[in-house]
Design a protein around this ligand. Sequence first.
Ligand code: ZN
Length: 676
Amino acid sequence: MRKLSFIFMTLSAIACNRQERARDFDYTVDRFADIEILRYQVPDFENLSLRQKLLVYYLTQAALEGRDILYDQNCRYNLLIRRTLEAVYQGYRGDRGSEGFANLTLYLKQVWMGNGIHHHYSTDKFTPLFSREFFAEAVAGTDPRLLPLGEGETAAQLAAELAPVIFDPALYAKRTNQADGVDLIRSSANNYYGEGVSQPEVEAFYRRMKEGGGPEPVPYGLNSRLVKEGGRLVEETYKVGGLYSASLERIVGWLRKAAEVAENDRQKAVIDALVDFYQTGDLKAYDRYCILWVGDLDSRVDFVNGFTETYGDPLGMKGAWESIVNFKNVGATKRTEVISANAQWFEDHSPVERRFKKERVKGVSAKVITAAILAGDCYPSTPIGINLPNSNWIRAAHGSKSVTIENITEAYDKAALGNGFNEEFMWSDLERGRAEKYATLTDNLHTDLHECLGHASGKLLPGVDPDALKAYGSVIEEARADLFGLYYLGDPKLVELGLLPDREAFKAEYYKYVMNGLMTQLTRIAPGCDLEEAHMRNRQLVAAWVYAKGKGDGVLGFKKRDGKTFVVVNDYDRLRDLFGMLLAEIQRVKSTGDYEGGRRLVEDYGVKVDGELHEEVLARYGKLGLAPYKGFVNPVYTLVTDADGEPTDVKVSYDEDYVGQNLRYSREYSALPGRN
Ligand code: ZN
C-alpha cells in the first residue's frame, strides 16, 4: 500500500547538510512529453560495512533482473515492442536526424517510463507521433541482427505484427480499466488474464477458491496468469520452472549470494523463504516469507522483492513485480519511532466507532529509509512510502512494516525549488510562507502517519470479506489512511510529542491537501477525462467531501482573483473536524464491507471532474512549463575486487543518463523471451 503524494511537493525549509550535498549534484536528467526524469543520491552508502555493501549489491542485482517480468505483466506485446524500438534506436541505418526518428525516440522514452506501451499513471496507451509507414521503414532499415526476430521471421513480418498494437487506438487501449459498468477484465490490456477470459468467470473462479480459505487465506491469484485452456480456467504460476522462469532463476541466483552475506540469521531466513517461494510458487510459502520479513526489524539493510501491489489488476488480485533495496536512515527514523511507540494512543483516540477499532494495535513498525535501487513497478516512477505486507490477517496477527523513502522525497523537493508553482496556485503569502516553513516536515509526517498508523488502524467486523468493496477497495483504503494522517496532523498531541514545532505547522499540509485534491491534481489528466487512478480518486474524494460539507459554514471555499480560481481555507480546526467525520464514515464502510456505501462515496466525490476548472488549471499550469510526472534513474553500483577476485568494496556513482541506463538494463537484465 502506497502513498504517492509527491507530485506537488512544495518549497521547503532544508537542513544545512542537505544543502551542502545539493550544491554540486544535478537532480534533473531528462525531460520529454509529460515526464521529468530525476536522479537521487544515496547518502551514507559509503559508511556501510563491506558486508552490508555486498548485501546491497547482490540485492540490487536481484532487483534489476525482474524488469522484464513487469513489462510482460503489463501487456503481452511490451517486450517485443521495447526490443524492436531499442533495436531501431541503436541500429537504424536511415536518416537519424529525421522527425520520424525523433518521434520514435520520444515514444521509446515513454515506453521505458511506462514499463510498456501504456502511461504509468493513466494507463492509457501512448499515441505515437510517427507514422505506421515510418515504423515499417525504420524496422526494415535496421540491422536485422539487433531485431527480436522469431524463427524464420522477417523484419517486415515483425513490423506488421506490432503495427496494430502500436497504432490502432482501439486495440489494447487501456492497461487497467476501472470504468463502472463494463467487463473490467476484457476491457483491460494487461497480461494478468488470458485471451477470452471474462470478469464474471474470474470472479467465480476465485470465489470458489476463497470458499475453502479459512481465517488465514493466502493472497489468491497473486502470482499467476489466469488463462483458458480447452474451455477451462487454469492458473499459470510465476515460478522457477513456470511462467517467467528465466528471470526468476536469475533473481534466485542473486538472492542466494545475498543470503551468504546477510547481516544476521533472521535476515538470512527471510531471504531463504523468498527463494523457496520463487521455487515453489506456493502462496503459503509467500505468507511464510511475509511473516519472517515483517519480523526482521533489526537489520540495517532491507528490501522488497516480489509480486506485490495489485493496482494494475482491475480486480486487485494480481501482483505486479517490484523491488526496492534500502537501508535505514538512522537519524530520521527517530521521528517514526515516536509515532509507533504511541500507536495505541492514536487508535484509541481516533474518531471512528469503538467496534471498528483494534483493541490492540500490534507491531506497527516504522522507519525512514534510504533507497539504494528502484526496480520493476517502482521504476522509473516510484512511491515515497511503502507499507507491507498487504495480507489483512498477517497485518493483524504479525503487524506490518512501514517506510518513508526520504532520499526520494529530497530529490523531489530539490528539483521543485523555485519552479513557480506555489506562486501560481496558492491564495496568498500566508499559505506560501507556511509551505516554505513547514511543508517538507508535514509532508513527511503525513506519509509516516498514513503508512505507520493509517493502514494499520481499524478492523473488519467478523465475517466481512476483505475484498467486499471490490473495485472501490483501493480508493477507500487509501482515503482511510490519508484521513487518519490528516486528522492527527492537526492534533495538539503531535506538538506534545515533539513531532511538530507548533500549532501552525499542520495548516501547511491541510491547505496543500485540499488545494491539490480540489484543483491542482487535475493537471495530471487530459481535458474531458474523469479521475481513474486510486490515489487521485482518494484525494479528490476527501477534498470534495469536506468542501461539500464545509462550504456552507465558510470552513473552506473557492475565491476568484484576476479571473483565476483559488482554494481558501478559513477555519482549520473545523476542517480537521470534517476530516474526522469522513474518517469515521470511511472506516464504517471498510469495517462492514458496505459496497454500496463505498461505491457512492467514490462515484459521488472521487470521479467526476469540473470541466471548466480543469481547463483553467491546465492553462495556468501549462504556462509554468513543468512536467506533471517524475521518474528516476538509479545510481550505478560497481563491485571492486582484488587480484584473487575477492570483493573489497562497492562503489556508487551517479553519471548514467536515462537512455544509457535503460539500454544497459535491456542488455544486462533481460532473460525473458519476447513472447511469454
Ligand atoms: Zn497507502
